[in-house]
Write a protein that binds this ligand. Structure first.
Ligand SMILES: [Fe+2]
Ligand SMILES: [Fe+2]
Length: 398
């Protein structure tokens, strides 16, 4: 019998089907989430995985739907059941009832919260009625699935504001649960493989404390990730899988690799294949090249993502008095540099802004522009010091 594991990793699906004609809710977050193509993208991802040889199981990294609407879960559930292998769902922040703006909600439509989600996917992605669970897999691997999300009522009882509803948390009871599982893995010689929706360490320089953008990105990584990492280091967890940030990314800390996988719904639409054998894990990435409706998916989606990020940057820069007059020029510079698509597809190593793209200016404007360029270049330096997130070879035990 083969003592190895071939595990497919599927990123955030964000399935969104139109409700009635001209459903503008699908256009929220344009470019960065291709809601209108979410069904096709999921179908193609599953077709690819079903066509790949000898896959043992699949992990779906959460955010199954746009905002946990029952009618979207009905489609997501139908789609993922097409997988030819057992599959395991990690709950994401969009798999719970959230306070969203009126323009984003569907009045009268049922939204699943955690208990409903557990009931709905039990036996169809969740082995039991819980979003934290353990699954024995081939290759002496134990998959440990955590839930880094809090429901609105849990947020309230923890004294946390609703504005943190998309942030990640690992409370003491979950750490105690994890420690129990990891103790068992250590005693039985199993390789622990942790999957959690939010990341567990920085995936960009902007998450470091005191960085000008740290507040914007605080929803990427679980709060108090240090305690989770300590536990993982102590018990020899070498690999933690995450989704959520919609990018191919990796970082290492305390002997742990946190491998973040892109969303199926977002450029570069990659799924991963982990091949674990003899204590080693080889990671491959497979980007969808085309959809029936979009023959050149990679090129088109990269452009849309760049445009979508441009809209967001223009909005934010326009709100900063010193930078507001430069909003158009700075947005054009960032778009032409390809910074965000390269962050998303994991090719930012070696990046720096081409001088020819930097708009000419004098006085304070020149200083402000230089600060933005430095911030972007810093991403290139930071990523250059880390492994290629698209193709890695890792040791999972000594
Ligand atoms: Fe997501
Ligand atoms: Fe998410």
């Amino acid at each position: 019998m083969r003592n190895s594991l071939r595990l497919a990793i599927i990123g955030d699906l964000h399935i969104a089907v139109a409700r009635g004609e001209n459903d503008r809710r699908l256009e929220i977050d344009p470019g960065r989430k291709l809601h209108g193509l979410s069904v096709e993208l999921c179908e193609r991802t599953i077709d690819d995985i079903n066509a790949a040889p000898d896959i043992d199981a699949a992990v779906i990294l959460g955010d199954l739907t746009r905002d946990s609407e029952l009618f979207n879960h009905e489609v997501a559930s139908r789609l993922i059941r097409r997988l030819n292998v057992p599959f395991y769902i990690v709950a994401g922040n969009h798999d719970l009832d959230r306070k969203r703006p009126e323009s984003s909600r569907y009045p009268g439509v049922e939204v699943l919260d955690r208990n409903d989600f557990c009931d709905y996917y039990r036996g169809n992605g969740l082995p039991g009625a819980s979003t934290r669970y353990v699954v024995p897999l081939p290759g002496d691997v134990t998959l440990i699935v955590m839930d880094s999300n809090l429901t609105l009522s849990e947020l309230h009882s923890e004294g946390i504001e609703d504005s943190a509803q998309d942030d990640g948390f690992v409370l003491p009871d979950q750490l105690a649960w994890l420690e129990q599982i990891l103790t068992h893995c250590r005693d039985s010689g199993q390789i622990p493989l942790v999957a959690i929706h939010h990341s567990v360490m920085d995936q960009s320089p902007a998450e470091e404390p005191n960085h000008a953008l740290s507040r914007i990105f605080r929803y990427w990584q679980v709060h108090q990730a240090g305690r989770l990492r300590e536990l993982c280091t102590t018990y020899g967890v070498r690999l933690v899988l995450s989704g959520h940030i919609h990018a191919q990314s990796v970082n290492l800390q305390g002997g742990i690799v946190n491998l973040v996988s892109s969303a199926a719904v977002s450029y570069p639409h990659a799924w991963r294949l982990l091949h674990i054998e003899d204590g080693t894990c080889a990671v491959e990435s497979h980007c969808l090249s085309a959809l029936p409706s979009i023959p050149n998916l990679q090129h088109s989606s990269r452009e849309w993502m760049n445009d979508g990020m441009g809209v967001m940057i223009r909005e934010r820069v326009s709100g900063i008095p010193l930078l507001a007059p430069l909003a158009d020029k700075l947005t054009a510079m960032v778009e032409h540099s390809g910074w965000w698509p390269r962050f998303s597809d994991g090719t930012l190593s070696g990046f720096s802004v081409d001088n020819s793209l930097v708009p000419g200016a004098g006085g304070l404007n020149a200083v402000a522009i230089r600060q933005v360029v430095n911030m972007l270049d810093d991403y290139g330096r930071w990523k250059s010091e880390r492994p290629d997130p698209n193709s890695l070879l890792l040791r999972l035990r000594d």
